[in-house]
Design a protein around this ligand. Structure first.
Ligand SMILES: Cc1cc2nc3c(=O)[nH]c(=O)nc-3n(C[C@H](O)[C@H](O)[C@H](O)COP(=O)(O)OP(=O)(O)OC[C@H]3O[C@@H](n4cnc5c(N)ncnc54)[C@H](O)[C@@H]3O)c2cc1C
Length: 394
C-alpha cells in the first residue's frame, strides 16, 4: 500500500469534514488554514436530505442539532411589512426552503473542528506557497518556510481557492459569476424579530433579516444584481461603499439595516458564483467543496455538497488503496449528478431574483421535471456503506 499522508488546505466545512473521514479510513491528516484561527462568522448554512445522512454517519447529529438556529420559517413581506408568503421550516420533512438543520457557518466549522482536533494536525496561520508533485508524492513548501512531503493534497480552500489556481489554472477559467452580489452582517435586533426570518424584494434587489440564537442580534442579508464585479474580495471598505450605493432607495427596513453597516463586526460580501471544472483532480492533488464545485449560496447546498463530497472522497481513496487516479475518478463519478442538480437550482434561484419586473412572465415550469430536479438536488447520490474499509471509530 502507498503511504497515506494527506494535506488538506482550508479549515471551514469541507476541510474538517474530510479530515474526519480520512482519519477514520486510516490516513495521517494535516490541515493548513491561512487564517490564524478558525474563522467565525457567515450566515446560516443548511443540510438537507443526503447531507443529513452524512452528518449522522459522522456521529455528529446531536452536536449539530445543538447549535441549530431554531428558525421557525420565513415570511416574504411588502414595503409595509405585510406578510405575502409563509414558508414553515417543518414543511417537506424539514428539507424545504428553510431547512430543519440550519446552522451558522462558524458554529458548524467549530463542531467539525472540535470533533477532529485530537486526531488530526491543524496548522493555523500558514498556507501552501509552492507545490511540486511526481508519481509518488507531493512536495510542499509552506509560506512559513516549512517543507514537507505528502502522498495526497486536497484543496478545500473555498470559492477563491489558491490551490486550484496553483495546479489547475487562474480563477477566471473556472469561476462563473451569476450576476448577483450578496452581503451579510450582524445588526442589533431592534426590529422585534422572533423565530421567523423576513425577506423583502424590490426590483431585483432584496433585503432580509434572519433571527439567530442570541435574540438581541439578527443577521442582515442584502443582495443586488451586478453583471461585473471588480472589487477585491478582501477590500471591505470598497465593498461597503458599493453596497450602500446599490441599495440606496430600497424601501421597507433597508435604511435602518444600512445604518449599522459601518460598525458591522462580521461583514461578508461576495459575488454569487459557481465553480465549473471538467475534472477535480490532477495527479495527486484533488479539490473538494466550493473550491471544486461551488453551487453558490443561492443553491442552499454548499455545505451539503462539502459534507457528502468529503464522505465519498475519503471512502473512494481508501477503497482504491490510496491510488489517486482510481479514487479521484470514482469520487467524481459519484458526485457529478448531485453537483449539477444543485448548480442548476442555484442558477434558477438567481434568475428568479434578478428577473426584470417589467419583462414578460416566464412560462410555467414543467412541474414533473422540477420535482425530479429537486429530488436529485436534495436526496443526491446513495452513500456507499464502504464495508470492509478501516474505521478507527468503529
Ligand atoms: C467566512 C465565511 C463566511 C461564509 N458565509 C456564508 C454564508 O453566509 N452563506 C453561505 O451559503 N455560505 C457561506 N460561506 C461559504 C460556505 O461555507 C460554503 O459554501 C460551504 O460550506 C462549503 O465550504 P468549503 O469548506 O468548501 O469552503 P469555505 O467555507 O469557503 O472555506 C474555505 C476555507 O479555506 C480557507 N482558505 C482560503 N484560502 C486558503 C489558503 N490559500 N490556504 C489555506 N486556507 C485557505 C478559508 O479561510 C476558509 O476557512 C462562507 C464561507 C466563509 C469562509
Amino acid at each position: 500500500m502507498a503511504g497515506n499522508r494527506v494535506l488538506i488546505s482550508g479549515a471551514s466545512i469541507a476541510g474538517p469534514a474530510l479530515a474526519h473521514w480520512l482519519h477514520r479510513r486510516g490516513a495521517d491528516v494535516t490541515v493548513v488554514e491561512q487564517s490564524p484561527r478558525l474563522r467565525p462568522g457567515g450566515q446560516a448554512v443548511d443540510a438537507r436530505g443526503v447531507a443529513k445522512e452524512a452528518i449522522r454517519r459522522m456521529g455528529l447529529d446531536d452536536a449539530v442539532r445543538a447549535v441549530c438556529t431554531d428558525t421557525a420559517g420565513a415570511y416574504t413581506v411588502d414595503a409595509d411589512g405585510t406578510v405575502l408568503e409563509t414558508f414553515d421550516a417543518a414543511e417537506n420533512d424539514g428539507d424545504g426552503y428553510i431547512s430543519e438543520i440550519e446552522v451558522l457557518r462558524g458554529d458548524f466549522a467549530q463542531v467539525l473542528y472540535d470533533d477532529t482536533r485530537d486526531d488530526v494536525e491543524y496548522v493555523f496561520g500558514d498556507r501552501i506557497a509552492q507545490l511540486t508533485q511526481d508519481a509518488d508524492s507531493v512536495d510542499i513548501t509552506f509560506e512559513s518556510g516549512d517543507r514537507r512531503r505528502f502522498e495526497l493534497v486536497i484543496g478545500a480552500d473555498g470559492l477563491h481557492s489558491a490551490l486550484r489556481a496553483m495546479v489547475f489554472g487562474p480563477r477566471e477559467q473556472f469561476v462563473r459569476h451569476l450576476g448577483l452580489v450578496l452581503a451579510f452582517y450582524s445588526v442589533p435586533n431592534e426590529f422585534g424579530l422572533d423565530r421567523w426570518m423576513l425577506d423583502y424584494h424590490e426590483g431585483g434587489r432584496s433585503a432580509g433579516l434572519r433571527p439567530i440564537h442570541d435574540a438581541a442580534q439578527a443577521i442582515a442579508m442584502l443582495s443586488f444584481p451586478a453583471q461585473d464585479f471588480d472589487i477585491d474580495y478582501r477590500d471591505v471598505d470598497a465593498q461597503k461603499r458599493l453596497l450602500r450605493e446599490q441599495m440606496a432607495g430600497v424601501g421597507w427596513l433597508t435604511p435602518q439595516i444600512l445604518a449599522h453597516l459601518d460598525v458591522a463586526p462580521d461583514f461578508y460580501l461576495d459575488q454569487v458564483a459557481q465553480v465549473v471544472m471538467d475534472t477535480w483532480s490532477s495527479g495527486r492533488v484533488g479539490l473538494l467543496g466550493d473550491a471544486a464545485y461551488s453551487a453558490s449560496p443561492m443553491s442552499g447546498a454548499g455545505t451539503g455538497l462539502a459534507l457528502v463530497g468529503a464522505y465519498m472522497l475519503a471512502g473512494e481513496l481508501a477503497a482504491a488503496d490510496w491510488d489517486p487516479a482510481v479514487g479521484f475518478a470514482r469520487y467524481e463519478e459519484r458526485m457529478r449528478a448531485y453537483v449539477l442538480a444543485n448548480q442548476e437550482i442555484g442558477r434558477m434561484h438567481v434568475e428568479m431574483l434578478t428577473a426584470d419586473p417589467g419583462a414578460e412572465p416566464a412560462p410555467e415550469p414543467d412541474m414533473d421535471a422540477m420535482m425530479d430536479l429537486i429530488n436529485r438536488a436534495v436526496n443526491g447520490p446513495e452513500l456507499p456503506a464502504y464495508e470492509g474499509l478501516p474505521d478507527r471509530r468503529a
